[in-house]
Design a protein around this ligand. Sequence first.
Ligand SMILES: [Zn+2]
Length: 335
Amino acid sequence: MFAAELAGHQAIRQRLLDRLQTGRIRGTLLFAGPEGIGKRRVALELARRELCFRRNACGQCEGCRMVMGDDLPFELPNLLRIVPEGKAGVIRIDQIREGLDSDHQPRFSRGVIEWASLAPPVGCHRWILVEEAHRLNEASGNILLKTLEEPPADTHFILVTHRPEALLQTIRSRCERIPFAPLGPEEAWAVASRNGWAEADRPRWTALGEGTLRYLDEAAFRRAEAQVEAWLDLLGGRPFSEAGGALLPEKDSPLAQGEQLRQPLELLLRLLADLARIRTGEAPALEPWREVLESLAAQGRDLRPPQEAALDSLRHLPRNLSPEPLLREVGLALQ
Ligand SMILES: [Zn+2]
């Protein structure tokens, strides 16, 4: 993790604040938008206002600092954070019902439903933050839904996700959706340079990140960079056994293996989209790789088979498949 400050989203933050002060925030909000743009930070800012000694989320006082470090608490007097747990990375039903962690030990002082039913002090709010809400499964989603149907006054659920389509339809229809747009390239780079990124990396960091902060962590960025190079090599005809290594899941990652395939497959789709753009005379979005993309585009290969293979793999990313055969198959579609 990194200690990025909250950047951008001025209009949304102002609107939420106005509504909070005039009592016009509905029970359940769904913060939807690309991964790594600060949706959770905006949610935490709401909870922070009431922890702040100055009551304005100043970011300087002891109260604010409780929710600003890398090590965010799971429970505070006015805030509960529900996050996916365990290797499978799901939000389980006993996390919601009894408030247990992945070792079945109490994570919270009580279950989420019970926690939500406690009335906050007059003039205060209680916030229940469901991070990566697409990781709710059917059982945990359904039990949460019951609470969403009758939210207590001044208690607010905020569901945060970059994959709203993966939520139960019944949950989505209970929520007011707040759509978040990516940060501007200047906004994103301003955060990066404050976090120590050097100007030399700027073009590739900006192109790969697409207005998100998901590559603020250097290892994550280098990995994405290596994956782009690997696909370009494969597109150029190198065999998977030589060039495919960077695409394979890492053994020590906290993410399930199947979930680790999402990024390389999405990068492949972006490269293929760029090849199509170049053929119609447009500039590639991944501008720093323009030269090699242009030479690949000139080869005139059919882009549909690899695109279909990548889309198909993304649709069927099961939790525990063995990823290598799947990637090889996508790699074969490139030959
Ligand atoms: Zn403060």
